[in-house]
Structure formats: structure tokens, C-alpha cells
Write a protein that binds this ligand. Sequence first.
Ligand code: UD1
Ligand code: MG
Length: 445
Amino acid sequence: MTARAGVILAAGQGTRMKSTKPKVMHEIAGLPILGHVIQAMKGAGIERIVAVTAPPHDAVRAFAASMGAESVVQDKQLGTGHAADCAAPLLADFAGALVVSYGDMPLVSPATFEASFAAREMPGMAIVAFHSESKAYGRVIVEGGYLDRIVEYKDADARERAVKLCNAGIMAAEARAFFRWAAKLENKNVQKEFYLTDIPAFAARDGVRCAVVEAQEGEMMGVNSRAELAAAERAMQRRLRDKALDGGVGMTAPETIYLSHDTVLEPDAQIGPYVVMGRGVIVRAGATIKAFSHLEGADVAKGAIVGPYARLRPGAVIEEDAHIGNFVEVKMARVEKGAKANHLAYIGDARVGAGANLGAGTITCNYDGFDKNFTDIGAGVFIGSDTALVAPVKIADGAYVGAGSVITKDVGADALAVTRAEQREVSGWAEKFRTRKKFEKAAKK
Ligand code: UD1
Ligand code: MG
């Protein structure tokens, strides 16, 4: 296969977002917009990816690097053609096929990039177009089956404006030829910008024709405002849920479930209504997440039941057949096979051994204001309700802790530890108390 490179134009300010954050860093399904484009390019077998960025946007460059993409700086935003040309020095040694795309289109699929590469092979070049009623896009004029020209709406005449085939902003060509043409661009247009869309005209002069690949409008959605960001999020959520349902995941009310781009749901995982998945969640086959639970960085095994109203935070590992019930929070803790914490508990920096049972109100006191400390709860341990386990502390296998205890010292295997004051009974006390109170009230009248 011909080597593939991708250039992502991401130097725009995104002023309409009204945000201090660069537009491409706003997240969709827990991943910055730029990340979705990089991921789609990787999915299309593109090995070298270059993001074109604005000078102040260090965060964009750092993020690109974290996803294995290179970046260049476009000192001044002189237009999309100029932006693409900024990648030329970095790709000077690259001999292969190149695709250019905009950094604010998070819904483009790998298949669309793939299609643009396939379509360019024969004539030498390809662009992606879609049908739309919007006035925001350049018009794609096709003649004899190939692209004749792309006219920006602002530069178009009435007849060109009536054309509904629009330019997506994805262009594939042989890399060296592309940069040769990009170097020739001029800015003689209404916006005084170097247009990427003028490249096909230079290609035509070299006898290279440009194929037009048609894609769905839904994939081409660009993000320019908060409302468009929310619309793209909706579209992405629908896509993620549909993929999960196709993969055999059970969802009673999919439209209420929020997923992250990296959520792994195995077939026969069952997800109740109003569940929110942050980044890094794996729900394995045969696990159940009940309504209103919030999971992030958690791994839930087969047969485990989580929720309703549970919170799993990063590092929560819920093993087979374990139960995490309502208002239970788990962080950096392994809840081993068959263990149960069914009501109102905090399990942080801990291990809960197989088959252990934590009563309502069990709290691991893991933080002393300076350090996080570990609580080790052995297999088969029973912790009575309303118990504070002050870490670091170890409750050995099979031990019991009486309800209402504050445990500061290790407890031995199969022992009982109880720290509350002993119960005292004063017989007849209540009757005497009531009589005295009645007498006092009568005396006041
Ligand atoms: C562009 C296309 C138009 C297409 C539309 C699709 C051109 C001339 N026009 O118009 O045909 O229908 O997108 O959405 O290409 N950028 C830079 N540096 C620059 C200018 C832009 O990096 O100097 C980046 C922006 O960050 C953005 C992308 O390029 O991600 C597109 O730029 P934008 O100004 O939004 O182009 P449009 O006018 O929408
Ligand atoms: Mg735009």
C-alpha cells in the first residue's frame, strides 16, 4: 500500500465558541475534537499525521503529540491553503498519498478518508462532497464526472449558489504534487485568503483531474459554536450507542445513556437508564449497571451488579459477582469475587476480599490530610454498619467488626473487633423522665 500522511488544519481561533480553550480542544464523548480526527485518520491507515496549529496553542500541540501526531505552527491565519502549505517542510521527505482535513469535523469516519484515498488513485486527486442546504459551504461544480471547481459561497454567483453539492474540506492527492500546487496559491478573492479549494485548478494545469467522493452530511458537521458542539455530541452519542447495541449490549433506554469514546461494553453487558460513563470504563459480558450510576476508569466483571446510584471512580475493579449498591463510592480499590457493599459506603485505596460483606455506612478513612493510606479487608470479612476503618489498617480473613466501630488497629483472622461503648440499661428511666417533664410544665403555667 502507498504510504499515507494526513494534515489537519487546526489553527483557527474558534471565536464563536467564546472560550479561552482552543476550539479543537473542546471535548466530544470525553475526547477533544482534534482527537476524533486523529483517530479517524489512524483508522484509515494514516501513519504520519501533522496538525497545523496557531502560535499560542501549546495545549493543542501537546495533545497532538500525546496521540502520536506531529504539529507545525501557522504564524498567521492566511487561509486554509496557506495552512496546509505550512506542513510542507515537515513532510518534505514524504513520498506517498496525502489527505488534508479540517480539525473541527469530529464525525468524519475512517471509511470516508479511505474512500478519498481510493478515489484519488486513478485521476490523481479527490475531494469529499456532500449535499446540504446550508450557505456555509463552498460549492462543488462537477463537469464530465470530475471536479471543475470549488467556489466559496461568498465568491459564488447566483447559478453557483443554487448548487447543493458542498465542499467538505477533505482533499486527497499525491503528497509531493500537492505541496507543489499549494506553493502556487494566490489570495485573489473576496476574503483575501489562500484557499485550499483553489488547489484542483493547479492540478488541472498539470493534467491531473479530481474525483468527487460523496459522503453523508451527518459526518461533515463542523463545530463552530457551543450549539454545534452540543449537536456533534448528540450525533456522537447516538453513534456510540448504536455501535454498543449492534455489539449485543443491552440498554433499556439507550437515549439516556452517556458513553465515552473509549467505553468498552462487552456483549450481554446490561446498562440501565441514565448511566454516565466517563473515560476508561470496561463493562464485561454479563455485568449489570443499574440506573443513575456514574463510572469512570472502572472495570466491572461478569455477574457483577453495580447501582442503582453507584459511583465508580478511577481504579475501581469490581470482580465477578460482586455487588456495589446505592450510594456506594469506590475509588482505587479492588472488590474481589462475590464481595458486597450494598448501601451507603466509601471504599477508597482498598482491597475488599472475596465474599466479604460491608454493612451500610462503612467508610475507609483513607486520607489523613497528607497521604492516602491503604485498607486491606480479607476474604469473608464482615464489617458491621456505620464502621470507620482508619487506614492504614488490615482486617484479616474471616474477621467480624461490630457495627458502629472505629477501627484503628489491625484485626486478626476470624476475630471480632468492636470499639463502641458497651450498652447500659436503666430500667424504668423513661417513665420517670416523662413524669418529671409533665410536672415541670404544669408548674410553669
Ligand atoms: C472551508 C472551505 C469551504 C468548505 C468549508 C467546510 C476553504 C477556502 N473553504 O470554509 O469550501 O465548504 O470549509 O466546512 O477552504 N484554518 C487554519 N488556518 C487558516 C484558516 C483556516 O488552520 O488560516 C483551519 C480552521 O481552523 C478550520 C479549517 O481550517 O478548522 C477551515 O477553516 P474555516 O475558516 O472554517 O473555513 P470555511 O470558511 O468554513
Ligand atoms: Mg468553517
